[in-house]
Ligand binder design. Structure first.
Ligand code: ADP
Length: 319
């Protein structure tokens, strides 16, 4: 279509030029016949010729202008169409990813709990230590289900109604608790916590900030198998700011994915990611919560390998 427009414009310019030349010739001969000029060539000296020429130039400019406008609008339209198509495809893809992972994430703990209950039902004479082991497994599975349902509810709330529950939070001890919780779950993870002393409290939602800490630390452990080495630190930034860092030695996040990982249900499409369990909700929740607390966050490569998340949060009062 763009070519056709181009070609039509060239054709129109040529026809306009031909019409102009024909007009000039006809008028020149007519004026010569009427003896208003000596010879047709003298017509070029007349005011009439200058008027015709400037009218011709205006028409040429108009044709070029219209052609450029049409081509630009068409190109713009095609670009917008492709962009919305791409967004539709990626939304459908995310929805599919979400359904697949959520089904898996819901089914496997349910299957685990069912198995435990069936074992209890069929085998009345279980040894106490086996009973203990089975019920611990079942409890771990219910924890997994609860965490999933909480993430789903939290992400739905963050879409619109979420109000942060304002209270003074000692972020350092909150990070320490989250690290202990993640270390219990990921036994091979080596988590180093480094909290600067005498930091000002953050005014925010304790549950929300715990969710940020647990999500970041769990991701660090999940994507750094088999031997995660995780560092998390909290220190004073500017006068009213805390800098919170979470880094790992894992698979890292390719540069082209760094922008996308904050999107709801988005999971990096690599083989390594597919091997781990997840819904793609964690970082969406993290970003939304940090922003609700007036903070910002960024992701970068860790040295020599892995990923580093940096969070900047405002504190209460000035130093
Ligand atoms: P998921 O449930 O898949 O972990 P998240 O929203 O927490 O969802 O993370 C989105 C994606 O970002 C993950 O699927 C993973 O590919 C990538 N990712 C997040 N954290 C890390 C990390 N610490 N190291 C490597 N990749 C990560």
């Amino acid at each position: 279509m763009l070519l056709a427009f181009g070609w039509w414009s060239v054709l129109l310019l040529r026809k306009n030029e031909e019409a102009h030349v024909a007009n000039v010739n006809e008028l020149a001969y007519r004026m010569a016949v009427e003896r208003r000029i000596e010879a047709p060539a003298d017509f070029r000296e007349t005011q009439r010729y200058r008027d015709l020429t400037s009218q011709f130039e205006r028409q040429q400019a108009m044709i070029i202008g219209e052609a450029v406008f049409l081509v630009l609008s068409l190109a713009g339209g095609i670009y917008l169409l492709f962009r919305s198509l791409r967004q539709e495809i990626s939304a459908a893809q995310q929805q599919r990813n979400f359904l697949l992972s959520i089904t898996h994430e819901l089914k496997s703990p349910l299957a685990g709990i069912r198995l435990v209950l069936e074992t209890f039902q069929k085998r009345k004479e279980l040894k106490p230590e086996i009973q203990q082991k089975l019920s611990t497994n079942a409890l771990a599975e219910t924890d997994r289900l609860t965490a999933l349902v909480n993430d789903l509810l939290l992400s739905a709330k963050l879409e619109n109604v979420y109000q942060i529950n304002e209270e003074e939070v000692d972020l350092g001890s909150l990070i320490q608790d989250a690290a202990d919780q993640v270390a219990m779950k990921y036994k091979t993870a080596n988590i180093h916590v480094d909290i600067e002393t005498d930091l000002r409290p953050v005014v925010g939602d304790r549950l929300g900030l715990t969710s940020v800490a647990v999500n970041l630390l769990e991701n660090a452990a999940k994507y750094s198998q088999p031997n995660p080495v995780i560092h998390t630190s909290l220190q004073r930034g500017g006068a009213r700011e805390l800098i919170w860092e979470v880094s790992d030695n894992g698979i890292g996040i390719p540069d082209r994915e760094k922008r996308r990982i904050w999107t709801k249900f988005y999971r990096v499409g690599s083989e390594d990611t597919r091997k781990t369990k997840g819904t793609g909700l964690g970082l969406y929740i993290v970003k939304r919560l940090v922003e609700r607390h007036g903070g910002t966050l960024e992701v970068m490569d860790n040295e020599p390998k892995g990923t580093k998340f940096m969070i900047y949060l405002p504190t209460k009062g000035a130093d």
